[in-house]
Design a protein around this ligand. Sequence first.
Ligand code: SF4
Length: 375
Amino acid sequence: MLNKRQLGKFRKQLLGWFRQFRRDLPWRRTRDPYRIWLSEIMLQQTRVAAVIPYYERFVNRFPDVHVLAAAPEEEVLRLWSGLGYYSRARNLQKAAKQIVTKHAGQFPTRVDDALALPGIGNYTAAAILSIAFGEELAVLDGNVARVLARLGAIRGDLRESRRWQELQKSADKYLDPQSPGDWNQAMMELGATRCTPKSPQCLICPVAQFCEGRKLGIVESLPEKRKKRATVEVALAAAVFADADGQTFLLPPPHGKDEQATVDHIPTLVSRMWHFPTISVDGDPVAELRRCLRGILPDAKNGKWKFVPADNVRHAVTYRAITVAPFLVQVKKLPRITGAKRVPLRDISSLPVSNLTRKTAHAALRSFTAAPKTR
Ligand code: SF4
């Protein structure tokens, strides 16, 4: 660890660099905890460039915590649609409701109160409270951990509990108590633009002279690789109905206590948003789809429908490699199903849907133009 004089110099250099070169991002033009919180949630697992348009649309529609708390969940999910990891949006709104009812609409300033909100962990609480309120809390996520590991030449699996605690202590020691918000952002900016996972730019790093990893010539091997979780293959099949006008139907996400019963036959990977009838497959997909459809549409025509296979869709979610086999079912009239909604197959995004469902619709659409009209 650096001595007092070195630490002062280190902080001065990093903060000076950050204030001169920081990227101009929409959430950096405000101290509003609501907007900082929103940006931090959106940025989890998602690149800055992808987040910006979503962030701008979201704050336009939900400019403060009261508007967000009062909005229909479906609309919140629709504006989140495409960002993925939808539990983030659900937790955001649950937390907004709690802020309105328990904290009079003000984001809590005590760390324990912030941590009690859904979807807020140590990193997010530290980021919001330091940036919005100047609280002395150091952030630690994978990005900052990588920087700290290189600065301190720390080997081993950074996510191991004891090592992570040591990294937190190290982050706490580096934190500039005069400007904790800027300091945290400077560490994140260093990780995002200089001390990147691959090919760190040590030659133009503002704190290169303090970096133990660089001195030892081991920067490229830090952090050391974690054991990778084995990929799990998931096979699904989906029935995409289309009538002569190009209308399809989607099934709703489950709600409340009925959730488990509703999704029993539908993989939860797709059922938490509006979705096509979808099943896990380990046999004949058409036979299994017909069986599943009989459960939700007791329609005598089921046996006569023609299932036209479309191109498989591939999608990855964390360690899962998902393959969906979509089947287009062209009908004169869409069957009636309680709770389902009709939407144009070309424009299913008018409802909140996952990327997987969107890709499935595109694949089915390609068959739609080629397939002959059927009953
Ligand atoms: S010198 Fe290189 S490895 Fe060290 S902090 Fe800077 S960019 Fe990262």
